[in-house]
Design a protein around this ligand. Structure first.
Ligand code: PTJ
Length: 248
């Protein structure tokens, strides 16, 4: 275990790296997950390592979608399982969503390691082991889903991924809430709600918004209005603008 002094200017980023490294050691995160993390860090750096205001708006809309959904599912991969396990369990509880492990580099060992890891962090039920359905049009392991999970879901939270599945899920007509720091990624291009923020900040932020919407006892009508007024093109353009200009 390497100690990171809190005074280090890149404390948060170094801590995040350690979580991903630990995830690899525990068999949760794939080695490719390390590369994905590096790509994410580069975009996060350009965005100022903070939640930009337009991302916060997207997070509120994502919360409204999850609360209005009939069958919301939070898809879990090796990166978010290592980074934010407790926070995922909390979001699932607050929005009454299912957690389903779905991996790009799928192995039974890693599926079970992640399911166990989520249980250790308080999850009751975790889907993804049945894998009794296929997402049409995908020929890799990521196509394997549970028939009563992602396959049947109306709203799916998709954390950082490769893009293929995001397109295939969109083709199935699902509402996709995509967390990915790269606004130009294929996943974000296929998203219903692009959340251009670090998963570390995005997941707890969506939970907070869901709590506030519930506490304000927002009517279904109000939440529908939040969703209807959302402009995804503006959100994508805003993140790109911040990245290019280096400021709001
Ligand atoms: O656990 P598995 O087998 O399902 O594999 C998961 C990874 C992430 C390895 C796999 O889906 C993959 O290879 O993804 P890519 O193609 O590297 O894409 C990852 C995307 O997520 C990139 O656009 C990164 O910028 C972005 N990203 C990385 N870390 C974060 C992130 N976005 C938000 N928060 C992060 N912490």
């Amino acid at each position: 275990e390497i100690e990171v002094p809190e005074s280090h200017p890149r404390y948060q980023s170094l801590l995040t790296r350690h979580r991903i490294e630990d995830g690899v050691k525990k068999g949760i995160t794939s080695t490719q997950g390390l590369i994905a993390q590096g790509r994410g860090e580069a975009f996060d750096y350009l965005l100022g390592e903070r939640t930009i205001p337009s991302a916060d708006r997207a997070e509120r809309v994502a919360a409204a979608h999850l609360l209005l959904a009939e069958q919301p599912v939070l898809s879990v991969n090796g990166n978010v399982a290592a980074l934010v396990p407790e926070e995922l369990v909390e979001l699932a509880e607050v929005t009454d969503a299912d957690l389903e492990v779905n991996l790009f580099n799928r192995t039974e060992e890693r599926i079970h390691a992640i399911v166990d890891h989520l249980h250790e962090h308080g999850a009751s039920e975790v889907k993804g082991t049945a894998a009794d359905e296929r997402i049409p049009g995908l020929d890799h392991e990521r196509a394997k889903v549970d028939s009563d999970g992602i396959y049947a879901a109306d709203v799916v939270l998709v954390p950082l991924e490769d893009g293929d599945r995001a397109e295939a899920l969109a083709a199935m007509g699902k509402t996709e809430l995509v967390i990915d720091l790269n606004p130009l990624s294929r996943s974000q291009q296929a998203s219903t709600v692009p959340i251009i923020d670090n998963a570390i900040r995005a997941i707890p932020a969506i939970t907070t918004h869901a709590r506030v919407l519930q506490r304000a006892s927002s009517t279904l009508e109000e939440m529908r209005t939040i969703i209807d007024e959302f402009d995804r093109e503006a959100i994508l353009a805003d993140a790109e603008r911040v990245i290019r200009n280096g400021s709001d």
